[in-house]
Design a protein around this ligand. Structure first.
Ligand code: URA
Length: 436
């Protein structure tokens, strides 16, 4: 077989066989096919797409390029949630102990902040001492003990994706539904999950800006995962405004504690409860979404999810006492206040602009090598729907230094949109996709 023939077949809109897909993936991982040919192939896939069969086979081949986490010996069901990334999205931190307290096991492998979106690992590492590089044996042990564990991806998990994603990043081929599906799904299946809930974000702060694109990705994830024998649910949620009142690494740990104590903001809790409830349905713990939501409410009120979160912090090396002592105080000395320029109702606070400003402040990063900071970000006093008088404080903004504040300020001001009438309130749950 020759790579050029596979490239030309896809370029002409042809459907590749499993052998042809295996030839390309294995050839790239082993180094026998050069990057320029894989780049051309990725571009052909970007323009011509893939059939459902090709997408499922590519996912399977990528999965097989590495190791699948062995969770045998631990009682399941193993259910995870994956979000396509947002701003202020700390749902995983609340949902994992909540789902675990409701009886499912959550083998959670998360990522880092990149571009305008935040990363669960960076948030967890803002807890002094917390370790996110667990060995496989620890990951298993901690899941067995607390019902969940949080770690980063090891080098053995889907090595094909590491190489392909890096190449897609520099060849303009990231935004392809079959390539995104194979990339996300192969990694999630490799962590040992039997059932998965995908939170596909839609809106200015999301990877998928329109509901149409978000739905196409959600359907592709649901269909491909189902074809691989997994129980998959796709939930499309709105990412127009940052989720919750806090954006920032340690700030989001603080808001997680608020939520686990039953004092979480309405928008964040709406999304968290819904996604957790779908995990219970996918894991067979509840027959339907209403029963599952009731279970989540009762479980949160019992205080057990908070206990599990604290147990996990200690088990993963975090200094829980220091975390509690820092609550409300871990703030950079460099800050400014965002104040309302006039009276009116807040119509929106643009999540994308806030996320980009967060990169300047030190919440997120431009390149994988950039450092992030624990004590910077945003604390919102007001959000969309709130009425403000001229001069009211809308947010406190903290940055790593004065220059970062100067760079962020115009973006933060531009993120705010005011109107004279109250905006219409909409649910953040835009669509749910449960089967073929
Ligand atoms: N996130 C991933 O892990 N892979 C993609 O292809 C896109 C986003």
């Amino acid at each position: 077989m020759r790579a050029v023939d596979v490239i030309m077949k896809k370029r002409g809109g042809g459907e590749l066989s499993r052998d042809e897909l295996a030839f390309m993936v294995q050839g790239y991982v082993s180094g026998s096919i050069p990057e320029y040919q894989i780049s051309a192939w990725l571009m052909a896939v970007f323009f011509k797409g893939m059939s459902a069969r090709e997408t499922a086979e590519l996912t399977e081949l990528m999965l097989r390029s590495g190791k699948v986490m062995d969770l045998s010996g631990i009682e399941g069901p193993f259910v995870d949630k994956h979000s396509t990334g947002g701003v202020g999205d700390k749902v995983s931190l609340i949902l994992a102990p909540l789902a675990a307290a409701c009886g499912v096991r959550v083998p959670m492998m998360s990522g880092r902040a990149l571009g305008h979106t935040g990363g669960t690992l960076d948030k967890l590492e803002s807890i002094p001492g917390y370790r996110t590089g667990l060995k496989e044996a620890e990951f298993r042990e901690f899941i067995a003990a607390d019902g969940f564990a949080m770690t980063g991806q090891t080098a053995e998990i889907v090595p094909a994706d590491k190489k392909l994603y890096a190449l897609r990043d520099v060849t303009g081929t990231v935004e392809s539904i079959p390539l995104i599906t194979a990339s996300i799904l192969s990694k999630k299946v490799a962590e040992g999950a039997e059932a998965l809930v995908f939170d596909v974000k839609s809106g200015p702060g999301a990877f998928m800006k329109t509901l149409e694109d978000a739905e196409a990705l959600a359907r592709s994830l649901v269909n491909t995962g189902t074809a691989m024998g997994k129980r998959i649910i796709g939930v499309i949620t709105d990412m127009s405004e940052p989720l919750g009142r806090m954006v920032g690494n340690f700030f989001e740990i603080e808001e997680t504690l608020d939520c686990l104590e039953g004092r979480g903001p309405q928008d964040l809790m709406e999304v968290t409860m819904r996604l957790t409830a779908w995990m219970l349905v996918a894991g067979g713990k509840a027959k339907g979404i209403d029963e599952a939501l009731g279970m989540c409410e009762r479980c949160l009120a019992s205080g057990r999810p908070l206990e599990l979160f604290m147990a996990n912090v200690r088990r993963q090396g975090g200094d829980a006492e220091r975390m509690l002592a820092l609550r409300g105080k871990y703030r950079s000395q460099h800050s400014f206040e965002l104040r309302a320029p006039r009276s009116g109702y807040i119509h929106s606070i643009d999540a994308y602009k806030i996320g980009l400003a967060g990169v300047y402040l030190g919440v997120g990063r431009d390149t994988a090598a950039d450092p992030v900071y624990p004590d910077v970000g945003f604390i919102f006093d007001k959000k969309a729907g709130d009425r403000v008088a001229a001069g009211d404080r809308i947010a406190m903004v903290y940055g790593k230094d004065v220059t970062s504040l100067e760079a962020a300020q115009p973006l933060v001001e531009a993120a705010l949109s005011l109107g004279s009438e109250p905006p219409t309130r909409q649910s953040l749950i835009l669509k749910e996709i449960t089967a073929l």
